[in-house]
Design a protein around this ligand. Sequence first.
Ligand SMILES: [Zn+2]
Length: 136
Amino acid sequence: MRFKLFQTFTNYMDAHIVFGRFQDVGIRCWLKDENIVTINPIWTQATGGIKLMVAEDQVEEAQNLIAEFIEEKRARFRCPVCESGNIEYISTNRKPANWFSVLFGFLLTSYAIPLQIWHCFQCNAEFEEPKEVVSG
Ligand SMILES: [Zn+2]
């Protein structure tokens, strides 16, 4: 069984949400460097974060799931600046400023990692984490 680095997380919760979803649908995966990051978050930068490893033959399936996951997130989240729901998760050609920026950056294709970032079409703000809509 060969595994590929699928995604890197600096956030323990996000890593486990995606990991849990993948496991639910039978994608073989595991989290690398999880313990290091959990014990001391400062080491996140040094280790490059929690790495989600996915079985090579299931990478495509995993990518589809991530797309769904982002869609769901998009439906629930708002721009933190103007609270508009008119936000998209887009790629930019900018270099990641830090490891947090590559939260959803796929490390599959090349060295030039396209930075994924949320963009608000209402006020043109760009942000790494949208504001969550509290339901109820
Ligand atoms: Zn906005």
